[in-house]
Design a protein around this ligand. Structure first.
Ligand code: ZN
Ligand code: ZN
Length: 366
C-alpha cells in the first residue's frame, strides 16, 4: 500500500510502497477513505516532539474494515469506522472507572505488537514506526480493535474522520472534562480545528456567552459560525481584561487550544472564582506553567488537563454523528481543503505557518 513516510524532521514526506502485515488475533485492517491533517502531526514533523524514524504520521482517520483477526468482536469487514489514537483495554482502573481516555497513556504496549513479532509496517527489511497506534497518512491501517468505532454507513467519511481527533478533543473537553453547564460563560483560546470544535460543543451545551480568542481575524470570523458570541484578537488589546469586562468578572470555563505557556496562563487568569481552565493544547516537554499559588486557595479556581476530550469514544462518536446529521455539529464548515496523500507536506506547512483560513485539510482517498 502507499503511504506518506517521514524520514527526517521538516523534510517533505515521501510517498512510498509500504508493506502492511496481516491482522493478528485482535487486529483489524482498515482501508482508509479520509484523513485529517492535525496540528499534532506538525509537532512531530517539525521535530518539537520526538518520533522514531522512519515513521508514518497521521492520526485522524475514517475508512472501511477490510479484514479482522480471529478474536475481533467489535467490528466486521464492510463496517464503516472512525479511528482514535486512544485505545482502551477494558480491564484497568481507568477503564473500569469510566476514564478510558487515560488507559493508553499507561498501557501503551498492550495496543502494539511485541518487539519479537513482525512489525505492522515495513519497507523491505526496514521497520516503519507506527505513530500514535495508527499511522493514518496511508491507504491502510492495521490497528488494535479497540482503536475503532463503527458508525452509520450514511455518514460521509471525510467528515467522520474529523470526529476521531480534533472534534472529540474539543467537544469532549467541553462535555466530559469541564462539564459546561447551560447558561454558563466560556472562553476558547485558539480557533483551529480543536478550538472551533470546543466552541461548537459549548454552543450545544447551552453556554450563554462563548468568547473566541485568536490572533487571526479570519479564524475569529469562522468561530462565529461555530457559535462564538464575542471575539477577541489579543493583538488589539488585553484579552484577559476584555473577557472580565464582558462576563463581569471572568468566565466559568476556559479552554486552551494552542499549547503554549502564555495562553495556558491566560486561560487561568480569565476565570472567575470557582472557574475551571482546561488545557487541551500540546504544551512542549520542559515548558512549565506558572500561576499564583495563593489564588488556588482564595478563589477556588481550578486548572486541569484533558487528553482526547476525556472521551468514551464508542459512546461519543455515534452521538456526534447524530448531532452532525441534525445540523448541530458543524463538520462541513470545518473542512477548508480536500487533498491527496501527496499534499500532506504542504498542508502541514500551512498549519505551521498558521495560515488564517486553514481549519482542517482532509486527505480524501478513493
Ligand atoms: Zn490530532
Ligand atoms: Zn484500560
Amino acid at each position: 500500500m502507499k503511504a506518506a513516510v517521514m524520514r527526517a524532521p521538516k523534510a517533505p514526506l515521501s510517498i512510498e510502497d509500504v508493506t502492511i502485515s496481516k491482522p493478528g488475533p485482535r487486529e483489524v485492517l482498515v482501508r482508509l477513505k479520509a484523513i485529517g491533517v492535525c496540528h499534532s502531526d506538525v509537532h512531530f514533523w517539525d521535530g518539537a516532539f520526538p518520533a522514531e524514524l522512519p515513521v508514518i504520521l497521521g492520526h485522524e482517520s475514517a475508512g472501511i474494515v477490510e479484514q479482522v483477526g480471529s478474536m475481533v468482536s467489535a467490528v466486521k469487514p464492510g463496517d464503516h469506522v472512525i479511528s482514535i489514537l486512544s485505545p482502551f483495554c477494558g480491564t484497568c482502573e481507568y477503564c473500569l472507572t469510566g476514564h478510558m481516555s487515560v488507559c493508553h497513556t499507561v498501557n501503551r504496549e498492550q495496543f502494539q505488537r511485541a518487539p519479537t513479532e513482525a512489525p505492522r509496517l515495513s519497507i523491505g527489511k526496514e521497520k516503519v514506526g507506527q505513530f500514535l497506534n495508527l499511522s493514518s497518512f496511508a491507504e491502510q491501517i492495521l490497528v488494535h480493535e479497540n482503536t475503532l468505532c463503527v458508525v452509520d454507513k450514511d455518514m460521509p467519511l471525510d467528515r467522520a474522520a474529523l470526529i476521531g481527533c480534533g472534534v472529540i478533543t474539543g467537544v469532549g473537553s467541553v462535555f466530559h472534562s469541564a462539564q459546561v453547564e447551560p447558561g454558563s460563560t466560556v472562553a476558547v483560546i485558539g480557533c483551529g480545528g480543536v478550538g472551533l470544535a470546543a466552541i461548537n460543543g459549548a454552543a450545544i451545551a447551552g453556554a450563554s456567552r462563548i468568547i473566541a480568542v485568536d490572533l487571526s481575524d479570519e479564524k475569529l470570523q469562522l468561530a462565529v459560525r461555530f457559535g462564538a458570541t464575542e471575539v477577541i484578537n489579543p493583538s488589539k488589546g488585553n484579552a484577559i481584561e476584555k473577557v472580565k469586562e464582558i462576563t463581569k468578572g471572568g468566565v466559568h470555563y476556559s479552554f486552551e487550544c494552542v499549547g503554549a505557556k502564555q495562553t495556558a496562563e491566560m486561560a487561568y487568569h480569565m476565570l472567575r472564582p470557582r472557574g475551571v481552565a482546561t488545557i487541551i493544547g500540546m504544551i512542549q516537554p520542559g515548558v512549565n506553567i506558572e500561576i499564583p499559588g495563593i489564588e488556588l486557595l482564595v478563589t477556588e479556581k481550578r486548572l486541569q488537563g484533558a487528553v482526547m476530550g476525556s472521551n468514551r469514544f464508542r459512546i461519543d462518536f455515534p452521538r456526534l454523528v447524530d448531532l452532525y446529521k441534525q445540523g448541530r455539529l458543524h463538520l462541513d464548515d470545518l473542512i477548508s481543503d480536500r487533498i491527496g496523500l501527496d499534499g500532506i507536506t504542504a498542508a502541514m506547512q500551512n498549519l505551521k505557518d498558521n495560515k488564517g483560513s486553514v481549519a482542517r485539510q482532509v486527505v480524501v482517498l478513493s
